[in-house]
Design a protein. Structure first.
Length: 234
C-alpha cells in the first residue's frame, strides 16, 4: 500500500511539472507571437520599398516590386503611419494579410475595393487596424485631441507617377454602418455628414476627399475617421 501511495505521489508530481511546463511554453509562444505581430506592424521590413521623389520623377515608382496589389504609399508626417496601401478584390482580403501576401493578424492598410486605384475618385477611403503603440492606424487615436490634430495635419500619398499632399481638416467618430462615410462613391452627402458630426472641423481647402479609418477600441462598430483633402503636387 505504501508503494502505491508513493507511486501516485510521484505520478502527481510529474503531471504537475509537465502541466506547468506546458503553461510556460504556451506563455512564451504567446509573448513571441505578440512581439512578432507588432514587429511586422511596425513596417521596418517594408521601408526599403518606400518610394523616393526621384523614383516618381524618373518615370514612376515601380509598385509591383512590392506586390501587384499595392496602389500607394501613405506617410502621415511626424507619426508612425508610414506604410504601403493595398487594394484587394474585396474589403476582407487585406484584413489579415501583409503586403507580401502572407497571413498576418496586423493586416495591411488598404483602399476600399470600390474606389479607383489611382485615387481619382471624389472620395477615397483607406482602412487600417487599430493597434497599440501607434502601429498601423493606432495613431489615429491621437487625432481626437485637437492640439495634436492641429500639429499633425499634413501627409503625403505617392501613387505610381504622382505625389499627392494631404491636408487634414476633420476628425469624427461614426458607426461602421454610416453609408455617407463607408460607402464611398455610392452615396452622396459625405462632406455634409462630416461637417455636421465632426469633433474637429476646419473648412476644407479643396474638393477631392480622402479619409483614414480605424476601429475605436474596445468598441467593435465605432470608427475613428480622419478626413483630408488630396492635392496633386507632382
Amino acid at each position: 500500500m505504501y508503494r502505491v501511495i508513493r507511486f501516485l505521489d510521484r505520478s502527481t508530481d510529474t503531471v504537475l511539472i509537465l502541466f506547468f511546463l506546458l503553461l510556460l511554453l504556451i506563455g512564451a509562444y504567446t509573448m513571441y507571437d505578440t512581439v512578432l505581430i507588432y514587429d511586422l506592424a511596425g513596417g521596418d521590413d517594408l521601408r526599403s520599398f518606400k518610394p523616393l521623389v526621384s523614383d516618381v520623377q524618373n518615370g514612376g515608382w515601380d509598385m509591383s516590386a512590392l506586390s501587384d496589389d499595392v496602389v500607394a504609399w501613405l506617410t502621415v508626417d511626424n507619426t508612425t503611419i508610414d506604410y504601403p496601401v493595398m487594394q484587394g478584390r474585396d474589403n476582407n482580403e487585406y484584413l489579415n494579410k501583409d503586403p507580401f501576401g502572407k497571413y498576418s493578424l496586423s493586416g495591411s492598410l488598404f483602399l476600399d475595393s470600390r474606389n479607383a486605384s489611382d485615387f481619382s475618385d471624389p472620395y477615397s477611403l483607406i482602412y487600417g487596424h487599430h493597434m497599440e503603440y501607434g502601429k498601423m492606424f493606432g495613431a489615429l487615436d491621437f487625432f481626437l485631441d485637437k492640439e495634436y490634430f492641429d500639429t499633425h495635419r499634413t501627409a503625403t500619398l505617392t501613387v505610381s507617377d504622382r505625389i499627392y499632399s494631404i491636408k487634414f481638416f476633420a476628425c469624427l467618430l461614426a458607426d461602421a454602418s454610416v453609408d455617407e462615410i463607408f460607402a464611398p462613391n455610392e452615396k452622396g452627402g459625405t462632406l455634409s455628414y462630416v461637417r455636421k458630426n465632426a469633433l474637429i472641423w476646419y473648412e476644407p481647402e479643396g474638393e477631392r476627399l480622402i479619409a483614414l479609418s480605424t476601429c475605436r477600441f474596445p468598441q467593435t462598430t465605432e470608427r475613428i475617421i480622419v478626413f483630408g483633402v488630396l492635392k496633386n503636387e507632382q
